[in-house]
Design a protein. Structure first.
Length: 223
């Protein structure tokens, strides 16, 4: 069992947060106050349980074919990603250097994960603002590797646009939240955010990832 940086709890928190929103909507339609409080308590317990399960999940510094075969599809992407992260410094300061020494499959999974997390959380602007320009470029190939050509084409367009507007965005990189917020104003990258979200609704990115891992296990095992 190995521990991972807290930053990678982000995705599960968003999923759990979404669940909480659904529960809150349900509560708003309930006229009985005591029932609402009971449901609220249930939702809090459910959130705590889900978060605890995620934090305490099994991770593998060494992946084998036998281990991969035992992982259910709904946990496969996470398991492979965790394995990659465990090869890096805890602060992920050497993530790009590490993944460039790994297989093309692992490069694809890691770069896609980062792009998907950043764009879904704060758009392409946040992706580049956080310094993932190299990973975004790597993801163009990564998406193609798993058969997600539409995602590859969209990421390529966003990368090309970013290169054109990079001098304008660089002036906001002073480390303040105010400048980060300002960088979103009239940002032409916004249009690609909307395209990405719509594409995520119509094309199952996780399905393509899982399919690729299952069909190419040699890309993801350490021995």
């Amino acid at each position: 069992m190995h521990s991972l940086p807290d930053i990678y709890i982000t995705m599960k928190k968003k999923i759990i947060g979404f669940l909480l929103i659904i529960l809150i909507i349900c509560f708003s339609n309930c006229g009985n106050y005591s029932a609402t409080r009971k449901n609220q308590s249930t939702s809090d317990t459910l959130i705590d349980s889900n978060l605890k399960a995620f934090v305490n999940r099994s991770t593998y510094k060494t992946l084998t074919k036998e281990i991969l075969d035992t992982i259910p599809n709904n946990k496969l992407n996470q398991t492979v990603f965790d394995n990659i992260v465990l090869k890096m410094n805890k602060d992920l300061s050497n993530d790009y250097e590490v993944i460039m020494k790994l297989s093309k499959g692992r490069q694809a999974i890691y770069s896609i994960w980062v792009i998907d997390e950043e764009v879904n959380n704060g758009g392409f602007n946040q992706l580049y603002f956080n310094g993932y320009e190299k990973l975004a470029k790597l993801a163009e190939t990564g998406f193609l590797i798993i058969g997600a050509k539409k995602f590859a084409d969209l990421t390529k367009k966003a990368n090309q646009l970013f290169q054109r507007i990079k001098p304008d965005l660089d002036k906001y990189k002073d480390g303040t939240l105010e400048s980060f917020s300002e960088s979103y104003k009239n940002n032409p990258l916004d249009k690609y955010d909307d395209e990405y979200y719509k594409l995520n609704e119509s094309d199952s990115l996780n399905y393509m990832i899982v399919k690729y891992i299952r069909n190419n296990p040699i890309e993801f095992i350490d021995k």
